[in-house]
Design a protein around this ligand. Structure first.
Ligand SMILES: C[S@@+](CC[C@H](N)C(=O)[O-])C[C@H]1O[C@@H](n2cnc3c(N)ncnc32)[C@H](O)[C@@H]1O
Length: 400
């Protein structure tokens, strides 16, 4: 065991202790150490990530008082400007029309953050598409009770009512929906297994501890599902390369898609098709840790205080949605332009002389949402069942 903040100085007069480590000790760390001990010395990275993001009290996403957007650790598209939600509401309207304008239309958002995305979508529908708005049954799913409370408050502040439900509870209900399941940066926040290819063998990276710090250790695969995952894809990561395996993302997609009788699943996320995600030139995988908008070097540091995120494997996600047709991926920039971002900006420019400051802010928001090195490279996976993808508005840049 190395010197650590757990070193008992009373028992061992001024023993060598790592006093700097105390500054990065989080309340979750001793609990993780306990879990690692109970599991016989190591846990999978997927378990570490599930705890770091979702421990009921100390998890990054589950804790009380989480801040979003510019004041948080990273900024998502709905936090940049409500135009993002307005444009996706236009897409929801088209989905409703394509489904024959049902009198009850589920608009289900998964992983709702602060609630701004749903709020913007409902605002647009209420003002621009009142018939559709009257049919909409908004459902906001999250994995954490604290988030549901914040989201309810946020929606109520704009005079909207939605159903706020834990994802697992919603999935357990027997009924199926007609409508749209939409998410922004949901799948990229789900736990992944970390693996490395060593010649013909796949090695898993586990999390172990020495005192009160955690570190990676190698071991055999924790589940045959990882080999099955790559067998289904018919590919492997490059020799010596690190990679993530999102079993939880595929399971979540499978479960969510199974709830849809007819309709669309629209998933907006950082990610690639499997052949790009696991391309032989990608050596370090895509796992990233964020704090105050800066990438952090160690994803194991300060568990519960850093946001952890990966790029998703869209090939496996699409395959997990049984019975659904999948469209070719489009970038967020392409989707937003197809949904009318350029037109909205042109219209806004007519008022530029009257309010130059507002127009400058609107134009800047449009740029941020489409930045090729930033949010614009997020991709959209559109899936449909009992409804057509042909000519769907958000896809018009690729399939006309
Ligand atoms: C990266 S944030 C994205 C938030 C929001 N969609 C946005 O774009 O600002 C991920 C969200 O997924 C939620 N989440 C985590 N696990 C979940 C689960 N099992 N079901 C639903 N939401 C979950 C988190 O609480 C958080 O609200």
């Amino acid at each position: 065991m190395t010197a650590s903040a757990d070193t008992n100085i009373e028992a061992d007069d001024f023993a060598l202790a790592d006093e700097f480590a105390l500054a990065t000790r989080t309340p979750l760390l001793p609990l993780l150490v306990g879990r690692i001990e109970a599991a016989g010395g190591r846990i999978t990275f997927a378990e570490f990530m599930a705890q770091a993001l979702g421990h009921p009290e100390h998890g990054y996403y589950s804790r009380a008082g989480l801040t979003w957007g510019r004041d948080g650790d990273y900024e998502t598209s709905p936090e940049v400007h409500p135009i993002f939600g307005y444009l996706w509401a236009r897409q929801a309207l088209e989905c409703w029309q394509r489904l024959g304008e049902p009198s009850s239309f589920a608009l289900v958002e998964v992983g709702c953050g602060s609630g701004v995305f749903m709020r913007a979508m409902l605002t647009w529908l209420r003002v621009r598409a009142p018939r559709c708005f009257a049919a909409v049954r908004p459902v906001m799913l999250d994995g954490h009770p604290n988030r549901l409370v914040d989201q309810r408050t946020h929606l109520a502040g704009a005079g909207f009512e939605a159903e706020h439900v834990l994802t697992a509870d919603w999935l357990a209900r027997p009924d199926r929906i007609t409508g749209v399941v939409i998410s922004n940066e949901f799948f990229d926040a789900l736990p992944v297994h970390l693996i490395r290819r060593d010649g013909e063998t796949l090695v898993e990276q586990y999390v172990a501890h020495d005192g009160d710090a955690v570190h990676f250790v190698d071991g055999p695969l924790s589940t045959p599902a990882i080999e099955a995952y790559f067998a289904r894809l018919g590919l492997q990561p490059g020799d010596g390369a690190l990679a993530e395996v999102g079993l939880a993302a595929s399971e979540a997609m499978h479960a969510l898609a199974s709830k849809v009788e007819s309709g669309y699943v629209l998933s907006i996320d950082y990610g690639y098709p499997a052949r790009d995600l696991y391309a032989s030139w990608r050596r370090q995988g895509t796992l990233m840790a964020f704090r105050r908008h800066s990438p952090q070097p160690d994803p194991l540091a300060e568990p519960g205080r850093l946001d952890l995120t990966v790029h998703v494997d869209f090939t496996s996600l699409a395959a997990a949605a049984e019975g659904f047709a999948a469209a070719p991926l489009v970038s967020q920039a392409e989707a937003l332009m197809a949904l009318g971002l350029g037109d909205a900006l042109r219209t806004a420019s007519q008022h530029a002389a009257a309010d130059a400051q507002r127009f400058a802010a609107d134009r800047r928001a449009a740029e941020v949402l489409c930045e090729p090195e930033g949010l614009g490279r997020i991709r959209v996976l559109a899936l449909a069942k009992g409804a057509s993808l042909d000519g769907l508005r958000c896809l018009r840049s690729v399939i006309g």
